[in-house]
Design a protein around this ligand. Sequence first.
Ligand SMILES: [Zn+2]
Length: 341
Amino acid sequence: MGTAAVEQVRPGVWSISVPIPNNPLGSTLVYLLDSAAGPVLIDAGWHAPETLAALEAGVAAAGADLTDIRGVLVTHHHPDHHGLAGEVRERSGAWVALHREDAEVVRSHRRSLTSQRDDSRSRTIEALHAAGAPPEEAEALLAQHEALEIALPALPDRTLEDGQRTDVPGRDLRVVWTPGHSPGHACFHLPSEGLLFAGDHALPGITPHVGLYEFAAPDADPLGDFLASLRRVAALDPAEVLPAHQRRFTDLPGRVQVLLDHHEERFTEVLRVLAEIGPLTLWEVAERMTWNRPWAELAPLMRRIAVSEAAAHLRHLERSGRIVTTLPASREPARYGAAVA
Ligand SMILES: [Zn+2]
């Protein structure tokens, strides 16, 4: 992507690109901050030997050793960020910190990964039925899902709260809670250097995925949270944004406006479809939305992600009173229609 594997961003601030095996995203940008008490990492990368080797080499190029790492601040629980955190802790005795809400997700994932598989199978089948998916979709999805190898995520030693000053001695690095891409997604703000470590909250060339979380509360509105979190980081107006993928960038308010406009267009699209041919099931809405490729070409796992995004859009529209949801008495899927103005 035109980014060197290791770059110095500011005195004592380094960017280390580490690979995500077999993934079109390509790499995670891990950041290293020197501190009076040893280096701290922001994110760790995917749990794979080649990623660990790249991280080790990157930390060495920044003049440190993996065994010196004092702590790992994880932006969110996804495996391309949190994956290696446990391994780094084992090598160095570092603490691992996640926002409280994502620490809760890690606990839920560990419970379901260590209990019988049958439970997650039936939950998936149930969720697809409730969305109005064709019955054959469930088998195809489960086959794809079971081929994925998911490592047991490491439990954090510390949890983070919004506004908290992180444990990086000599630096005023603050937690900015930015729910949306995950319930406990956090950015880290270093005002003295004008830097925002943005995780996946704002990326220069990709719209972060925002779906209805697997363990979401019945009234959760992740997309509403995401849009509010975007406005919040835009107001910080950092000189430079250090995202977890692609490349560093400037003009965060400009990028945020593009993302806000993108979702506004999707809302308009959903409302138009519902006004023309509603009420529709979640699946029928997702099929009619614009994705990065035609619906028929999306693999089952990508369709599931798309359906989750469609659900997040519907939830936000429902919460703002722009659509009405009909819950049938039987075990039929819910239907969504445009609210009459
Ligand atoms: Zn990511």
